[in-house]
Structures are given as C-alpha cells and as structure tokens.
Design a protein around this ligand. Structure first.
Ligand code: 4AD
Length: 435
C-alpha cells in the first residue's frame, strides 16, 4: 500500500517559490474584475492570495471559482510566486481550482461587528477567525513551553484523578453519582495527590483540567479551566517563589521569541511583555493592606484581596508581583503556619501586571501532623476523605511547596485579551455549556 503524502500547507509556501503546489483550505474573501479574480484562502497555518486569470484556466476552473462562497472549502493548484504585498510574501498563480465543500450563503460570521454572545453561540466558527487563531497559537506555545521548562529541570509530569472524594479547595464542587460510593466530585486541584507524588518522585508537575462550580460571572472565571501544578520536596516558600518567577519569565520570553506574528495580530504591546524578567517584588500581605488603605481601599487586615485591590497593587509595577503570607482565615487549610507570625500562612499569590490579577496561587504545605489535623477539623472537612493525606505527615513528613498556574488567565495576560473566555477553545461559563 502507498502512503499518502502530507498536504502542502500555506505556511510552507514561502520555501516553494517558483514551484508548483496544491493547497486546500477555506474561502475568506473573493473579488473579481471581469477577467482576473482573487480568492483569499485560509488553512489555519496562514493566508494565501490566489490569482485566477480567466483566459489562462479551463472553463471548469472558472466555473468552480464562480461557485465559491464565504467559508466553502476548496483546493487550488498553481505556481508559487513571490509578492512582497501579499500576506506571507507569496501568492498562487492558479492553474486549477476545485470546490470541495460548499458553504450555505447564511454563514453566521460575516465580515462585520458581532456581539460577544452571538460569537460564543458560534464558537465553532468564531475559532476560524485570525484573532482566535492567534490566541490558540499562543496557547499552544505556552503549553509546549510549560512541558519544556519542567522537562529540562528534571520534573516528572504526572496525572492526578479528575473524579475525587471530597478533596480540594473551599467551595464550589461539581458532584456526580458514583456507584455505591455516594458522590464523586470533579477535581478542583490536583495538588493533594501531587504532594503524595512529590514524596515518591521528588519534583513533579500536573497539567490537567480543573473544575469550580463558582457562581462568579467575571472576566477571569471559568467553571472548567486548566491548571499546571508543580510540587517539590524540600522546597520552602522562598524556593517556591524562585521557581514561580523563573517559570513565568520563561513562558513570556518563549512567546516573544516564537509567536511575534500572533502577538502582532492581537496588537499586543510587546514592550510591556519585554519587561517581564525575574526577580519579581515580594510584598508581605500586611504591607499590601497598608498600601491599599493609603490608596483609599476599604480592605481590612484578615480579608482576602479582591480584583480591584489587586489592580491597585500592581499599578506601581511593570513585572508580576508576589503578595505573601496571607492571614490563615483567607486561605486553604493545607498551607503551613508562618512561624514568624502564626496568624498567617507561608503562601503567595502572583499578580500579573496591567490589571490582569492573580495568575498563580502557591504555598509551603503544612507538614506537621497535629497542626494539619487541627485545620481539617476547624474547616469541618470530612476526615475519612483526608486520612491518606494526613498519612503523608505520619510516615516521613517533609518540607514541601508547590503552586498552581491558571493557564487561561496566563494566556489572557500574555495575549492582552480583556476576557478569559477567548483563551480556551470551548469556554465553560456559569451560563454557557454550548457549543
Ligand atoms: O489559587 P488556587 O485556587 O490554588 C489552587 O488550586 C492550589 N491547589 C494550587 C497549588 O498550590 N497547587 O488556583 C490556582 C490558580 C489561580 O491563581 C488562577 O490562575 C486559576 O488557578 N484559577 C482559575 N482560572 C480560571 N477560572 C477559575 N474559576 C479559576 N480559579 C482559579
């Protein structure tokens, strides 16, 4: 049996100038001035201008050109010609054109302004547009960079369960029936399992979907999002922040190095991203509250910081910042008590600049059995679901730390998109389960 060859993609055409090529894709635009017609094709890798000269092509090809409508699929063959004015620097002098799949005239996304709800209803088509393609290319780059960063540093990539017993962060669990075991819950975090894995492998990270049934209709909340959670044995809270700032600087530099065309498509101000280099300022929560109060915020010591407070804090900086050592009540039960001030815990939130807010939550974990047991009871968590987690403190407890980076919030910041919903192919929001 012969193997079919991979079709030629638009992105490879600049290397084929002077040669014959056949490319397949979808129509984004057509125009004709009698004998000369122009068709713009997109194939997900680029945009190609195809030139059809009526006297130089067969009647079938000219007929096929006339049947083209917005977003129908077609293929073209012809000579690849250099043309500095054309997108991608080349155009195709068409010798043959074939219609593959016609597209009805009422294609929903037309070249005009559409409302966001309409676009989200048509997300399966909206994804075909240049801005969305650019965001998804940057998402892909960031995902690959994440794996490269951890692989190069000797971390083991590992996977934690999606179906869990009552384990996780605070509120907002999605429940589903689980045979005779009662309820199972969709994972809000892989962290607790990550801690067990760190004791087995030293340095690990997870990269998985996480779920929060939070009734938050904000520009930075999804009900299903992707989180990257490293966990490192024998790292304290300071080493944990060193890792976070190296990690985030690496991701930003990687996008700048490899995705400049996508950033241009998004009209991102790259001078802002170029300033993102470690180290990032580390600000104690107590100092942050004092700064906020001076700036007119009503926040009181003991409260978590809201989006507006976060924006007030980052406005003085060009890099992300850490806010460290929050009050115990404002944070999760597993964070280690701060020996210097037991009202607080050894944790950090990383806030992105330009008002994008929290992209990372991290902490050193409570490694003292009695203190952890006390916190579990204080929070009225079901002890039986946490017995294995407590065991980690009973058999060879160890200083360890980790963090969770929200993938879509990071993409939103790097791309400069105002809302997180454009940063995942099919967003799940409180009021949106389709398409
Ligand atoms: O601060 P969070 O809740 O931390 C954890 O889940 C820890 N278990 C992580 C760890 O230490 N291993 O969430 C971490 C990050 C946030 O900073 C944010 O970027 C993202 O996850 N995030 C959300 N992203 C989109 N939609 C939501 N509803 C999110 N909730 C959290």
């Amino acid at each position: 049996m012969t193997r079919t060859t991979e079709p030629t993609r638009i992105s490879s055409l600049p290397g084929l100038v002077g040669q014959q090529a056949t490319v397949s894709g979808w129509v984004t635009h057509t125009r004709s001035s009698g004998k000369v017609a122009f068709v713009t094709m997109r194939d997900g890798t680029g945009i190609l201008q195809c030139v059809v000269v009526k006297p130089q092509v067969s009647a079938e090809t000219w007929e096929a050109f006339q049947q083209l409508t917005l977003e129908c699929s077609f293929s073209v063959s012809g000579e690849v010609k250099a043309d500095a004015r054309a997108p991608g620097g080349v155009e195709l002098g068409v010798t043959e054109l074939r219609l593959i799949g016609p597209s009805a005239l009422d294609y929903p996304i037309q070249p005009k302004e559409h409302g966001v709800d309409f676009l989200l209803d048509n997300r399966h088509f909206w994804l075909r547009t240049p801005r969305q393609v650019a965001i998804m290319r940057i998402r892909n780059e960031i995902e690959q960079a994440i794996h490269d960063f951890f692989y190069e540093r000797g971390f083991l990539r590992t996977d934690t369960p999606i179906l869990t017993a009552a384990i996780g962060e605070r509120s907002g669990l999605f429940a589903t029936e689980y045979f005779d075991e009662g309820n199972a819950y969709l994972a809000q975090t892989g962290q607790l399992y990550g801690e067990a894995l760190a004791a087995a492998f030293g340095k690990i990270y997870t990269f998985g979907p996480t779920f929060r049934a939070e009734k938050s209709k904000t520009r930075r909340h999804l009900t299903e999002f992707w989180m990257i959670e490293p966990e490192v044995a024998f790292n304290d809270t300071h080493a944990n922040m060193d890792l976070q700032e190296d990690f985030v600087s690496f991701l930003v530099q990687r996008v700048l190095e490899r995705q400049m065309p996508a950033l241009k498509e998004l009209e991102r101000d790259v001078s802002k991203l170029e300033k993102v280099k470690a180290p990032f300022p580390r600000i104690d929560y107590t100092d942050a509250v004092a700064t906020l109060q001076k700036k007119g915020s009503a926040v009181q010591w003991g409260e978590d910081l809201g989006a507006e407070d976060e924006a007030l804090l980052v406005e003085d900086y060009e890099t992300p910042i850490f806010i460290c050592n929050y009050p115990k009540e404002a944070k999760a039960f597993y964070m280690k008590e701060n020996p210097a001030d037991p009202r607080t815990v050894l944790c950090d939130d990383m806030l992105a600049p330009e008002g994008y807010g929290e992209i990372i939550g991290g902490s050193q974990r409570e490694d003292d059995y009695d203190k952890l047991l006390h916190r579990i009871k204080e929070e009225h968590l079901p002890l039986e679901a946490y017995s294995w987690y407590l065991d980690l403190r009973k058999y060879g407890t160890f200083v360890h730390s980790g963090f969770g980076l929200g993938l879509e919030r990071t993409i939103a910041w790097i791309c400069g998109t105002p809302h997180i919903r454009e940063c995942i192919p099919f967003p799940r929001l409180m009021t949106r389960l389709h398409p």
